[in-house]
Ligand binder design. Structure first.
Ligand code: RB5
Length: 152
């Protein structure tokens, strides 16, 4: 299934967001890539603004996944998780990236440009694209518990 991906980040994540967006654009598993900013390093729009803009696209069904980059990957995850229906994680290792989709059905992956090497981030995003949540798995009921808390 070709995916619609949103990318975004603040100025602390700008360089990685640009590099990872280019990778996504050339990956045949990706249908569309939408960039919600920031569009230049000098733009000091705060991380919650870009994170919420991306997360709202997921919540409205306009995108399947989002990749958000800030300095640590923490602030964008906190902000994205405020949007109802969105599950965002910060992950910089293979197992966490895998489980974020397979266990948590997270639609949003967040990374920190000041935390992880670029080549590792690129490899993790490549892995992430190949992961799919199984709604028949034993994890599904736990994700449903999150939805229930949100009143879904
Ligand atoms: C810089 O504003 C930095 O605080 C931000 O990019 C992020 O790391 C926040 O969690």
């Amino acid at each position: 299934m070709a995916m619609r991906i949103v990318v975004g980040g603040d100025n602390a994540g700008f360089n990685y967001k640009e590099a990872l967006r280019k990778d996504l654009e050339s990956d045949e598993r990706v249908d569309t890539v939408e960039d919600v900013g920031v569009m230049e390093h000098e733009d000091d729009t705060s991380y919650p603004n870009v994170a919420v803009a991306a997360a709202e696209k997921i919540a409205r069904g306009e995108a399947d996944r989002a990749l958000l980059i800030c300095g640590t990957g923490l602030g964008v995850a906190i902000a994205a998780n405020k949007v109802k229906g969105v599950r965002a994680v910060t992950a910089h290792d293979l197992y966490s990236v895998q489980r974020s989709v397979l266990s948590n059905n997270a639609q949003v992956l967040c990374m920190g440009e000041r935390v992880v090497g670029l080549e590792l981030a690129r490899a993790l995003v490549k892995e992430w694209l190949g992961l799919e949540f199984d709604p028949q798995s034993s994890s599904a009921a736990k994700v449903d518990d999150i939805r229930a808390y949100e009143g879904d």
